[in-house]
Design a protein around this ligand. Structure first.
Ligand SMILES: C[S@@+](CC[C@H](N)C(=O)[O-])C[C@H]1O[C@@H](n2cnc3c(N)ncnc32)[C@H](O)[C@@H]1O
Length: 371
């Protein structure tokens, strides 16, 4: 992806700052889910080798050793200032023997895995927490799948954890929110189940062990029927351990416990007056000013009304009206920012807080029902 989209460390830093890492580590539903996934696969994975894609401060690597009993973990993190925290986290959680089982690689995973033979071991597990707004934003899906494919040797394929992703949409009612310039915004927001209308429709159903990048972003889309009164679409995702353990699930739906992802709100230009048929599709779009591609949900009105819209979920921007083919063709080319990449500063207090949260996450493990 870094070659294809010209992603720089600066682009990644714009998403993953110290506050973002703290928010992720405060999300106990996330850690319970990953611990349960690892426990379910412990028997097959014991003493084998894992790659942790986008390791951050190393929480999933530590969990892979504690809950999955892996024999070795290659922790891959692109930001040097974040990768440098990994040994401190491991020291605060693992004994010396387990610490010796983690090897930290600092770099773009898609570059590392393109080196023939990397990482030098047969990999049995790819564990990764790579999910952004409506799962697919943040541009990590392609590097993840590229890494998976590079680690497949004949019939030997690494197990992906999590292994199954489902995206849902449902009409709903919520107030309009506007940005500083007065424009309507879209993106993460708390939506309750009382605000939903009708029933959910499956937007994407992806077995991460077998799907391709085009399955993610070039899907045909789906039709959604909405009754009058709806003011927008609500999107969310459910992550399942794998097809063999579908009941181990992390849901970000309005009826599930709150996670740091919240739900995704995509407002119509005006409330629907009567029953309306909409077409919804996810696309990956290049951004003009930064290298990371942006998830865009494209809404077309099939009922002859004019509820067409594009929701750019990274920037929270909504564009109403039909997408014109000529507009698509004349979209300005990406312009790479040539400014210097400057490391983000993790103050000692940030690092202390991250260490405390990481210890707590691993200690809580799969949660009360499996502890
Ligand atoms: C969603 S965060 C998850 C961090 C950590 N695994 C956790 O669960 O707390 C994703 C991490 O992946 C890193 N990352 C993003 N793109 C990457 C890439 N192409 N190669 C390697 N690391 C990447 C980011 O810097 C970030 O730390």
């Amino acid at each position: 992806m870094c070659e294809q989209w010209h992603v720089s460390l600066r682009d990644i830093r714009a998403v993953y700052d110290p506050e973002m890492h703290i928010a992720m580590l405060q999300d106990s539903s996330r850690h319970h889910f990953y611990a349960k996934c690892l426990l379910k696969h412990q028997e097959d994975l014991k003493d084998k080798v894992a790659v942790d894609v986008g390791a951050g401060i190393g929480i999933m690597s530590a969990m892979a050793l504690v809950h999955g009993k892996l024999g070795q973990v290659h922790a891959v993190e692109v930001l040097p200032e974040v990768a440098r925290i990994i040994p401190k986290v491991l020291e605060s959680i693992l004994d010396a023997e387990d610490r010796g089982k983690v090897r930290v690689h600092c770099g773009f995973v898609e570059k590392l895995c393109s080196v023939p033979g990397w990482p030098g071991d047969a990999v049995a597990l790819v564990v990764s927490e790579w999910l952004g707004i409506l799962a697919l934003n943040e541009g990590m899906a392609q590097p993840l799948l590229r890494c998976r494919d590079a680690l497949c040797h004949g019939p030997a394929r690494p197990q992906m954890l999590p292994g199954w992703l489902r995206l849902w949409v449902q009409p709903g009612q919520a107030s309009v929110q506007r940005g500083a310039g007065g424009d309507v915004t879209c993106g993460p927001r708390v939506i309750t189940s009382e605000q939903l209308q009708g029933s959910p429709t499956l937007l994407l159903d992806l077995d991460l062990n077998t799907c391709s990048v085009s399955d993610l972003f070039e899907s045909q889309g789906i039709d959604v029927e909405s009754a009058g009164g709806a003011t927008g679409l609500v999107g969310w995702f459910d992550l399942h351990c794998c097809k063999d353990h579908p009941d181990v699930v992390l849901s970000t739906s309005p009826s599930a416990p709150k996670t740091h992802w919240l739900q995704c709100w995509m407002p119509f230009d005006k409330a629907l007056e009567g029953s309306t048929k909409l077409h919804v599709q996810v696309q990956l779009k290049p951004q003009n000013l930064a290298g990371l591609p942006e998830l865009c949900v494209v809404l077309s009105d099939l009922s002859g009304e004019d509820h067409h819209a594009q929701f750019f979920l990274d920037r929270g921007v909504v564009e109403y009206g039909k997408v014109r083919a000529e507009a698509r063709e004349s979209e300005p080319k990406r312009r790479r920012l040539e400014t210097e990449d400057i490391e983000a500063i993790y103050f000692p207090s940030d690092v202390q807080e991250l260490l405390r949260l990481a210890q707590q996450a691993v200690k809580e493990g799969a949660g009360p029902e499996l502890a």
